[in-house]
Design a binder for this molecule. Structure first.
Ligand SMILES: *Cc1c(COP(=O)(O)O)cnc(C)c1O
Length: 503
C-alpha cells in the first residue's frame, strides 16, 4: 500500500516513509491509495496482507499493554440507547494514548530496523521529535516516546499556563530522552517556535525533526480501530445492525460535536470552511473558562475561544482535509479509481486550501456539503450545556461522571437522538478521564451533596503526582535560538542523562 498527499502530485510513499514524514512537503496530509477491509462480503476493495503482520501484531500488543483496562477501550451502557466508549485507560488518561503509544513503537521499530541495516561505522539515524502543547498532546507524546531507542523528544509548553495535573504528568517523566521546555510565553509562542524549527532546513536536516501531532497518518490508523471494537462489543450484546460505510462498518452516521470553537459545525450547516465566523453575534449561555477571566464573558485568544473543553479549543481542524479529499474524489468526474479522478481530487483540495490560506475561508459546492451530510451530523455545544450534561449523567442511573469533552459529545448525542429512528443506538467517544479536567467537573457537581471528587473520580495514579520529582528546562524568553541551543546541547550527549537546567 502506498500513500499520497491530499494536495495531489505524483509522490507515492511507503507506510514507513509516511509515518516518519508526518506532513507532506506540499502542506497536504497523507492518505492511503485504497481503503481496505470490509465487514460486508463482496465489498472487498483492497488487501490487508502486509508481509509484516506478526511484527505489526507485536507492536500493537506492546502498545496496548500499557492500558489499565483489560478491554483496552471498554464500552459502557449509560441508557437504553446510549453507550460511551471509554478511550482514556492509557498512561495519560486521555484518548491520545491510543494513537501515540503505537506511534512511539512504530518510530522505534523503523529506526532500529534502519540502523540494523547500516554498515559498521556508519552513523546511526536518530529522530528528534519536537512539539508544542497546551497540555494533552505533550503528555501523550512523552509517554509514547519515553525511553525509546534512537529518539529524543522535546516538548514546549507555556510556563504556568497548563493545568497543574497536565504539567505534572509531563515533567515527572524523568527518562533521559525526554525534555520538557517551560517557555516563558504563550502556547502560540511555543507553536511558532516549533514551526520555525521545522522550517529551518539546516537545523531540520541536522537533527531529523519528527512530528507527533494529529496530522500523522499513524494516528488515524490507530484510531480507526476503536470504531470497529465498539461495534463488536455492541454486537455481542445486541445482534446485527443496518447500513454500512466506507470500511464496511455498519453505522448510520458519525456525529461531530464541537464546543464554541465550531468551525466544523458551521461547515456542515453552510458549506463554508472559515476560521472566523463571519456571522458571529456573540455566544449566549457561555460561562467563564476554567483558566480564563471569571467575569462570565468568554475570553478569546487570537480567535480561539477558551472553553471548559480546552483540548477542543482550536481554530482549524487539520485532519478535516482528509475528509475533504474523499468528498472531492466522490464529486470528481472521471472513471472510478481512475488516476485522473485521483489527480482531480488532489487539485480540487489544493485549490480549496489555497483559498483558506489567502481569504481565510472557502465555500465548497452544495453537492459536496450534501455528500458530507450523508455520513455526518454536527452539533455545537455551549459551556452551559456542557455543565448541565455533566450534572445530568451524574444524577442518572447508572450515575456517570463525564469529563467536559465527553460531555460535549453526550450533549450532542441527546440533541440528535430526538431525530433518530427509535432503534438507533448511539456510541459516544469518551476522550478523557474526568480527573484530568477537575475544574469543570467540580464546577458542575460541587452543588451535589453526594459528590466527592477524591472518592468518586481521582484515580490512584494521580495521588502524589504533584509532589513527585520533576525535570524541566526553563526557557527564559520565547526565542527560537534559545530552544535551538537546548536541542543542540542534548543532541551532542543524548546518552549522558541530562539534568534540569536553565538557559
Ligand atoms: C486532543 C483532544 C481532543 C481533540 O481531539 P482531535 O482528534 O485532535 O480533534 C478531544 N478531547 C481530548 C480530551 C483531547 O485530549
Amino acid at each position: 500500500m502506498k500513500y499520497f498527499s491530499t494536495r495531489g502530485g505524483r509522490e507515492r510513499l511507503s507506510f514507513e516513509e509516511t509515518v516518519l514524514t508526518g506532513l507532506a512537503p506540499d502542506g497536504g496530509l497523507y492518505i492511503p491509495e485504497h481503503i481496505p477491509l470490509s465487514l460486508r462480503a463482496g465489498k472487498q476493495n483492497g488487501k490487508t496482507t502486509p508481509s509484516s503482520t506478526s511484527e505489526l501484531r507485536a507492536l500493537a500488543e506492546k502498545s496496548y499493554s500499557t492500558f489499565r483496562h483489560p478491554q483496552i477501550t471498554p464500552l459502557k451502557k449509560l441508557g437504553e440507547k446510549t453507550y460511551v466508549l471509554e478511550l482514556f485507560h492509557g498512561p495519560t488518561f486521555a484518548f491520545k494514548d491510543v494513537a501515540l503509544q503505537l506511534l512511539g513503537n512504530l518510530f522505534e521499530f523503523f529506526l532500529l530496523r534502519r540502523n540494523a541495516r547500516k554498515a559498521a561505522g556508519e552513523k546511526p539515524e536518530r529522530l528528534t521529535v519536537v512539539g508544542a502543547t497546551s497540555g494533552d498532546t505533550g503528555s501523550a507524546a512523552i509517554y509514547g516516546l519515553r525511553n525509546k531507542a534512537d529518539i529524543s523528544i522535546f516538548i514546549l509548553h507555556p510556563k504556568g499556563r497548563v493545568s497543574p495535573i497536565q504539567e505534572a504528568q509531563m515533567t515527572t517523566v524523568t527518562d533521559a530522552n525526554v525534555h520538557n521546555l517551560a517557555v516563558n510565553g504563550t502556547f502560540d509562542d511555543c507553536q511558532d517556535i516549533v514551526k520555525a524549527l521545522f522550517a529551518d532546513r539546516a537545523f531540520n536536516a541536522a537533527h531529523r525533526l519528527g512530528a507527533v501531532n494529529s496530522i500523522n497518518w499513524a494516528r488515524i490508523l490507530a484510531q480507526t480501530v476503536y470504531y470497529f471494537l465498539s461495534y463488536f462489543q455492541l454486537r455481542a450484546q445486541l445482534g446485527g445492525a443496518a447500513d454500512a460505510t466506507r470500511m464496511g462498518l455498519p453505522m448510520d452516521r458519525l456525529v461531530v460535536a464541537t464546543n464554541a470553537n465550531d468551525i466544523l459545525a458551521r461547515f456542515w450547516k453552510s458549506g463554508a470552511y472559515e476560521k472566523v465566523d463571519s456571522t458571529d453575534v456573540g455566544d449566549a449561555g457561555v460561562v467563564a473558562p476554567a483558566h480564563g477571566a471569571s467575569d462570565g464573558k468568554q475570553t478569546s485568544v487570537g480567535g480561539v475561544k477558551e472553553t471548559l473543553s480546552p483540548a477542543m479549543d482550536i481554530l482549524v481542524s487539520s485532519n478535516f482535509e482528509r475528509l475533504l479529499w474523499y468528498l472531492a474524489y466522490e464529486g470528481a468526474a472521471g472513471e472510478p479509481h481512475g488516476a485522473s479522478k485521483v489527480e482531480e481530487a488532489g487539485s480540487i483540495v489544493d485549490g480549496w486550501m489555497k483559498k483558506v490560506k489567502s481569504d481565510g475561508r472557502v465555500q465548497v459546492p452544495i453537492a459536496v456539503v450534501e455528500l458530507a451530510r450523508r455520513d455526518f451530523l454536527a452539533e455545537r455545544i455551549s459551556d452551559q450545556q456542557t455543565l448541565e450534561t455533566i450534572r445530568y449523567y451524574f444524577e442518572s442511573e447508572p450515575s456517570y461522571v463525564a469529563d467536559p469533552h465527553t460531555a460535549v459529545g453526550l450533549c450532542a448525542a441527546r440533541i440528535i437522538a430526538t431525530h433518530n429512528a427509535p432503534s438507533t443506538v448511539q456510541i459516544v467517544l469518551s476522550t478523557a478521564h474526568p480527573a484530568k479536567f477537575s475544574e469543570a467537573v467540580t464546577r458542575a457537581l460541587e452543588s451535589s451533596a453526594h459528590f466527592n471528587f477524591e472518592r468518586d473520580v481521582l484515580p490512584d495514579e494521580f495521588k502524589g503526582l504533584l509532589d513527585r520529582e520533576r525535570r524541566v528546562i526553563d526557557v527564559e524568553a520565547p526565542e527560537v535560538e534559545l530552544v535551538k541551543k537546548v536541542i543542540e546541547r542534548f543532541a551532542e550527549s543524548e546518552q549522558a542523562a541530562g539534568g534540569a537546567g536553565s538557559v
